[in-house]
Design a protein around this ligand. Sequence first.
Ligand code: ADA
Length: 563
Amino acid sequence: MASVPRHRLRQATDLAGLWDFALLGDVDPDEIDPAKIRFNDVMAVPGCFDATPAYAGKRGLAAYRTRAAVIDTTLHRLVLDGVHHWGRVFVEGHPLCDHVGGFTRFHAEFRPQRAGEVEIVVLVDNRLNYQRCPLHLEYFDWYHYGGIARGCELHRLGDAWIDDVYVRTDSYADRRLSLSVRYGCAGEAAGREVEFEIVCAGRAVRRAVRLESAGGTSEATLELPGAALWSPQSPALHDLRVRLAGDDWRRRIGIRQVRVQGRDILLNGQPLRLLGVNRHEAHPQFGHTQPLGLMLADLQQVKAMGGNFIRGSHYPQDERFLDLCDEMGLCVWSESTGWQQKAEHLNDEHYMRAALLNVREMVAAARNHPSVILWGVLNEGYAHEPACHEGYRRLIEQIRAMDSTRPVTYAAWQPLKTKCLDLVDIFSINCYPGWYDGSMDRVEPFLEELHAHLRAIGWEKPVILSEIGAAAVYGFRDMNEDKWSEQYQAKLLEKVIRSLFIEHDRFCGLSIWQFADMRTSPYCAMNRARGFNNKGLVDEYRRPKQAYQVVRSLFAKLAEKPA
Ligand code: ADA
């Protein structure tokens, strides 16, 4: 599942491959006995079943089954990185857990009754049902694919294991890291004294830890004098190895600090200009599943265009994508799942429970990645309505409770009326002058109005233009150069980039909407040519449009202009 090995001592079995499959249809999961399912097909895991021709467009409850070897009856953990978008897991016919929401990792533990093999069945529901899964709604402007879209692993935990490691840079100048290592312990091991070790960049912390029955947390500080820093220009990574008793945890970490100072975002004390795109995890043949090669190729295209920034719209990204961004020096805005949530959602505990879980799972998986420089919540939620303020506050508070080292923002849909700026460090603005709002001659006046508004409200913190753009149908070039043509999209983006960063220099970041075309929901299809959101700089098969070249030449000019 990982793009870099996360364990060497722990037995972690990758369960990728062909699983038995059956689409059960419009049925109630509570009526399903896993032992009575007639599996009549096979399906790739990871994969989205409704991205395959045989199940294209199908919605309903699906069932997946596989078997995995276990060498003993000690505690095991099943880890699933993304089940879309509601799942129920059975092991040996017994229900283990339910999970609400795609795009985030969850796990559940069990003890096999005997060594040999265990049968794993996962029910997967891709229907858009607010009661079962309030995070994914049919009016969103993206196609909700269904399946075990990301990886699945079986871990043998034994009687003492590392549950989580949280690494943060306390001082980039002194190369000082703080680490919190949370461990779990099976009853029989409580009270035992075990070896605990942290090794990174030639430095080590070694101590004995007495295991507490309910598990515990061990704190440590590491100074790594002379260790290379992480930055977009020079994304140095260091192997971090943590060992507790017979278990281990490994990641590649970066030493860097992100701070907001005045109108700037500082990375290791240097102002950062974020130039990039919004990227959905979508592909016509893979759905939300993102083969490593696709993610690598997409990031190569963003870098070739001169981009250093990706807004993971509009949900938590695959952790392997973050591994690649760490490696390639791309900065990431990591965002919880959302699309124009309203007061009725943010004041509904059923929704907020799922949204808070989504935020917790996002931060837990992403907070050790140096590429993640910014957290976002609720794309275009109704932050301009006072009734939504408390919901925004709770979600942002949840993020800050788990990670206080990164700035937080939200993408405002009504920037001139938004009411939650008191909660955030950065003002992020979604706007479409020249597309939904007027034509080409609307772009500059609108941006002037934005600048004037920022002055009027005395906003002296960073501003990111988090969405702006125009649709262009790939290959449609027309003498009128009007909307939907490649020329119009290119011309609009040129106006935007020149206004933001050449005529003015008020904004510290831009994420163009969007990197690639992607299928949208039937709900949005009527005003989306082909049933796709066509505002990509490349089409859904990553074929560059005229705008890609125009943005590339402008970003190249900006690269010579200090932030
Ligand atoms: C909104 C939304 C995007 C997309 C975009 C568009 O800003 O955040 O997900 O729907 O509009 O293409 O209209």
